[in-house]
Ligand binder design. Sequence first.
Ligand SMILES: Cc1ncc(COP(=O)(O)O)c(C=O)c1O
Length: 404
Amino acid sequence: MHNQPFYNQIQATLADIDAQGLTKHEVSITSEQSAHIQTAVEPQRQSVEMLNLCANNYLGLANEPRLIASAKKALDENGYGMASVRFICGTSSLHHALETRLANFLQQDACILYSSCFDANTGLFETLLGEPDAIISDSLNHASIIDGIRLCKAKRYRYQNNDMQDLETQLAAAKSAHARHIMIATDGVFSMDGTIANLPVICDLAAAYGALVMVDDSHAVGVLGAQGRGSIEHCDVMNRVDIVTGTLGKALGGASGGYVAASASVVELLRQRSRPYLFSNALAPMITAASLTALDIVEAEPQRRQTLQRNAEQFSSALTQAGFDLAGEGHPIIPIMVGDANRAQAFSQALASQGILASAFAYPVVPAGKARIRTQMSSAFDENTLAQAIAGVIAAGKSAGIIA
Ligand SMILES: Cc1ncc(COP(=O)(O)O)c(C=O)c1O
């Protein structure tokens, strides 16, 4: 084959990834997404029940009958797909209803839906900012924020994760470089670490330096705050944040879709110019309808958040007592720090032997040498499931030599 050198190079790259213990293996799930799942295990694909400790199913809505009923109703009434981008003929009344609902929920003027939050973040910065501007980004921001910033011509500044002194240094640098507009961009919750951004200080610094604040609250909407409005509610800065982005693919049912909530003019400019919005198909009506039901449940059932919080506290205190090194604080993302990528893979395999699904995260998803098992708690865990999870993690930690 005349392109053989190309394919050889791809094979060599894959071999290199494998040699470093960085190959990601996908588990085939044959049941609904839930606390207990059925997986098809190779080579015979026999069905194995596992306890799922790594889903973004924070509120247990991924298989919630009311969401499924809303999706089915929308399938019957609005059909399967829109077969268009939004501005040609892809806008259903459900899209407008969800945009209004999300804007109200997040206390912003307006909202615009995307196929994913990844798209929302990649279409945001280049539409709103240009060469004379500056973006100041947290070093642990999600890949989609990083990519979105790369697409934008604004000058880039980076501050160390949640380090407010460094943020101020970067703000001062952008100011003295005479940036026209300055935007601070941060995750509300840092998804690999399970920590919450210091939004009160970020907003204070933004006010002092005349900067805008953008928060990606993908891991916090539905999860944090008394009413589930996210880290911005949890940190009491709802009306001090200019732009909120988020996903429908985690706490709000876990299907797919993302959004930007902001002032009416910002949202209107995104509708006119944002490339992933203009050039990508509209969200399916069934997802839009189910997301409206998810928001009803987030508002009407705060007990889900309370159960989630209680489960997360019990889980992390039991693991700390057992001798694990945990990261995270105040959020149901509870990473178990391991360090070496191969050790993290071995721990993940030991967990699988205990019937627990929890993936290892290593470079490039987290910094080299900081491999971990990221566990995520859910309100769908009842007492028995939680006890089973704790016992299984401890047994796996012992067999993999993570704890004594
Ligand atoms: C902070 C953050 N932003 C954006 C995304 C992407 O969301 P979506 O799956 O909707 O593209 C994720 C999901 O991994 C995330 O954790």
